[in-house]
Design a protein around this ligand. Structure first.
Ligand code: AMP
Ligand code: FES
Ligand code: ZN
Ligand code: ZN
Length: 302
C-alpha cells in the first residue's frame, strides 16, 4: 500500500475512506476534513468567536490547534475539576499548550465555585462522572455567554458519538435520538454548541496529535469513562474490523435518516434558575442545588 498522493510510505490506511496516506498528506487531509465538516453543518464562519473546551487530552487539543491553523478565532476554556494529580497534570498540559500556540485560555476552578469533584462525591454520594457532566454542561454554556463567544466547540470524536448512539439505540432511548446532533443551535439562554471532530475516529485524532507534536495528557481520568461506554466502543471496533466502514456509516446514516424523524421530541419547559439565572428545567437549577447541598453539609461539619 502507498500514499495516494505521493506514493510514499503510508502511516495510516482508512478503510472507511479507502484511503492510505503518508504523515504529511494525512495532516493536510485531516485539516481539510475538519474544515469541510465545519462548513457542511454550518458550525461557524471566519467571523465567529469560537470557544474550544479543552481537557488536556488529544481530541480537544487537536481541535483547538486545527481550528487556529485553519484561521478561525478560537480561544480555550478549561475546567479544573480538582481531581488530585490528574487535574494538576492536565492543567499543566493545557497551560503549556496555550502558551505554545499563543492563544487565550480561560480557566475555571470548580473548587472556587463549589468544591473539588472528589469532595463533592464524598459529601453528596453522587457519582463523580454524573456531577462532572453537569458541571461541564453548565460552565461551557455560562462562560461562553459571559465572555461573548458565538459558539462552544468540544472535541467529541466519531468513537464517542457512535458508541453513545449505539447504547441509546439498544435501549430505544428516543429522546436522545432527537437531540444528538453535531450542531445544537443557540436558544434562549443556550449558546450554540458544535462537535467539529464528530466524523474522525479516535485513532485519526491521536495520529494527528502525534504527527503535529501536540503534547497531550495520555493518562485517563481516574473516574474514567464508565464501563458501558468502553464496552460499546469495543463492540463497535469489533464490528468495524469485520465490516470496515460500519462505524462512520452508522453515525452518518443516523444523522441523515433517524435524527430528522425524532427531532421534534423536545424536552420539557425551560425556565431561568432563580439563584443564578441560567436556563433550568426546575426553579433552582441542578448546579445551584448541588452547591447549596455542599455548602450546608460543610456548615454542618460533614
Ligand atoms: P469527555 O466527556 O471527557 O469525553 O470530554 C468530551 C469533551 O468535553 C472534550 O473533548 C473536551 O472538549 C471537553 N472537556 C472534557 N473535560 C474538560 C475540562 N476539564 N475542561 C474543559 N473541557 C473539557
Ligand atoms: Fe469527568 Fe473524570 S473527567 S469524571
Ligand atoms: Zn504522501
Ligand atoms: Zn442556578
Amino acid at each position: 500500500m502507498r500514499c495516494r498522493i505521493c506514493k510514499g510510505k503510508p502511516v495510516i490506511y482508512m478503510p472507511h475512506h479507502r484511503l492510505a496516506l503518508c504523515g504529511e498528506h494525512f495532516t493536510g487531509w485531516f485539516e481539510r476534513y475538519v474544515d469541510r465538516t465545519v462548513k457542511e453543518f454550518n458550525m461557524f464562519s471566519e467571523e465567529s468567536k469560537v470557544l474550544v473546551a479543552v481537557s488536556g487530552g488529544k481530541d480537544s487539543l487537536a481541535l483547538w490547534y486545527v481550528l487556529r491553523k485553519l484561521g478561525y478565532t478560537a480561544d480555550g476554556f478549561y475546567i479544573d475539576l480538582g481531581i488530585g494529580d490528574y487535574s494538576e497534570k492536565s492543567t499543566e498540559k493545557v497551560r503549556e499548550f496555550a502558551d505554545r500556540i499563543g492563544a487565550k485560555l480561560i480557566v475555571e476552578k470548580l473548587s472556587e465555585s463549589v468544591a473539588t469533584l472528589p469532595e463533592i462525591e464524598r459529601f453528596t454520594s453522587r457519582e463523580a462522572c454524573s456531577v462532572c457532566g453537569l458541571v461541564k454542561r453548565y460552565n461551557f454554556n455560562k462562560v461562553a455567554k459571559e465572555y461573548g463567544y458565538d459558539v462552544l466547540a468540544t472535541g467529541h470524536n466519531l468513537d464517542d458519538e457512535a458508541s453513545s448512539l449505539l447504547s441509546n439505540v439498544i435501549n430505544w432511548n428516543t429522546k436522545y435520538l432527537g437531540r444528538k446532533y453535531p450542531v445544537l443551535e443557540a436558544e434562549e439562554g443556550f449558546v450554540k454548541k458544535v462537535k467539529p471532530l464528530c466524523k474522525l475516529t479516535e485513532k485519526e485524532t491521536a495520529l494527528y496529535s502525534v504527527l503535529n507534536g501536540i503534547d497531550f495528557l495520555e493518562e485517563e481520568c481516574p473516574y474514567s469513562e464508565d464501563a458501558n461506554t468502553i464496552f460499546y466502543k469495543q463492540v463497535l471496533n469489533q464490528i468495524e474490523e469485520k465490516f470496515p466502514g460500519t462505524k462512520l456509516r452508522f453515525y452518518l446514516e443516523y444523522l441523515r435518516k433517524v435524527y430528522p424523524v425524532f427531532k421534534e421530541d423536545k424536552e420539557g419547559k425551560i425556565t431561568s434558575c432563580k439563584v443564578c439565572g441560567e436556563p433550568s428545567p426546575t426553579e433552582v437549577c441542578p448546579l445551584c442545588r448541588l452547591r447549596e447541598r455542599v455548602l450546608n453539609l460543610n456548615l454542618n461539619g460533614a
